[in-house]
Design a protein around this ligand. Structure first.
Ligand SMILES: Nc1ncnc2c1ncn2[C@@H]1O[C@H](COP(=O)(O)OP(=O)(O)O)[C@@H](O)[C@H]1O
Ligand SMILES: [Mg+2]
Length: 281
């Protein structure tokens, strides 16, 4: 069917996807938009008609499965399924940080409500309770005392979904009113900016404002280390600035939104991504 070497896997088209389409067009790279919602794959399919798949599916689960299929058919996927698995799950990300001696907030993973409470007390208040899979700050709770901990854990216990049986707990970092986000392409930072909010959750989706920051040597080194640990590709790293320990890696996003980055830095993220894709072909 397709003559294009590149496919962009999409569902809902955000401003980021529109920018990517424009960038691929102006780079003269033929590509096909593949909507995961109408995609059907089967064991009868031959080799992948695409050499490179850029996954921009807003659904992590759909994107993960489609990438697994195309990877199995020999396509180069951005990002690889290993990267999606490690970054798409905050507990697995934290374990990866530990394996690679990457400084991050202290954390515990517990598998039972009682042991989750024990782990929270052990970490010391305030503690942040997070779903292992999630984004935009959803269902992330800051817990200041034992009463709050007991109610959050009790409520979480009643939530459906097997992932709510895994408790990911992190120490709360008394960061300035911002966190730091770095977009990277294969171990190199391409944009660094801070996200400011009066609320302790500084997601752009929750109304944080953004401002460009300098890509320091520390940021460059940490980005390289983290990117190598998760398998490279196109990623966004969240850092929290600890007043005592400096930059701590909080999480890594494997299908980054970058509207906030463009507003803060005026860097042509989609253009750089297009260039990277051309070089990867
Ligand atoms: N341990 C923490 N200490 C302080 N602030 C945190 C902590 N964890 C998360 N936050 C704040 O909450 C925001 C959302 O948390 P994050 O782990 O990035 O989840 P999400 O995937 O939902 O973006 C972060 O950008 C940061 O501002
Ligand atoms: Mg985040």
């Amino acid at each position: 069917v397709a003559q294009a070497a590149v496919a962009v896997l999409v569902a809902i088209i955000r401003s980021e996807e529109k920018a990517i389409f424009r960038a691929l067009d102006s780079a003269g790279l033929p590509f096909e938009k593949v909507d995961v919602r109408s995609l059907i794959v089967s064991g009868d399919d031959g080799e992948s008609p695409f050499r490179l798949i850029l996954n921009r599916s807003i659904s992590q689960t759909s994107g993960r499965h489609a990438v697994a299929f195309f990877e199995g058919k020999g396509a180069h996927c951005l990002n690889q399924s290993r990267t999606i698995d490690l970054c798409g799950n905050k507990a697995l990300t934290a374990m990866t940080f530990a394996q690679h001696a990457i400084a991050c907030p202290r954390w515990r993973v517990a598998f039972d409500p009682e042991s989750a409470l024990t782990a929270i007390v052990d970490l010391g208040f305030p503690v942040v309770v997070k779903p292992v899979v999630g984004s935009w700050g959803r269902l992330i709770a800051r817990v200041d005392d034992l009463n709050a901990a007991e109610s959050i854990i009790e409520h979480k216990k009643e939530l459906p979904g097997s992932q709510n049986g895994v408790f990911f707990l992190q120490e709360y970092i008394e960061k300035p009113q911002r966190d730091v986000r770095v977009l990277a392409l294969d171990h190199e930072p391409i944009a660094a900016y801070a996200r400011y909010s009066a609320h302790w959750k500084t997601n752009v989706k929750r109304g944080a404002t953004t401002e460009k920051i300098e890509t320091t040597r520390e940021i460059r080194e940490l980005t390289g280390k983290i990117s190598r640990a998760v398998g490279g590709g196109f990623i966004a790293i969240d850092f929290l600035e600890c007043p005592r320990r400096g930059l701590l890696a909080n999480e890594v996003n494997h299908t980054p939104e970058f509207q906030g980055a463009i507003e803060a830095t005026a860097i042509d993220i989609a253009g750089l991504l297009g260039e990277y894709i051309r070089q990867s072909l």
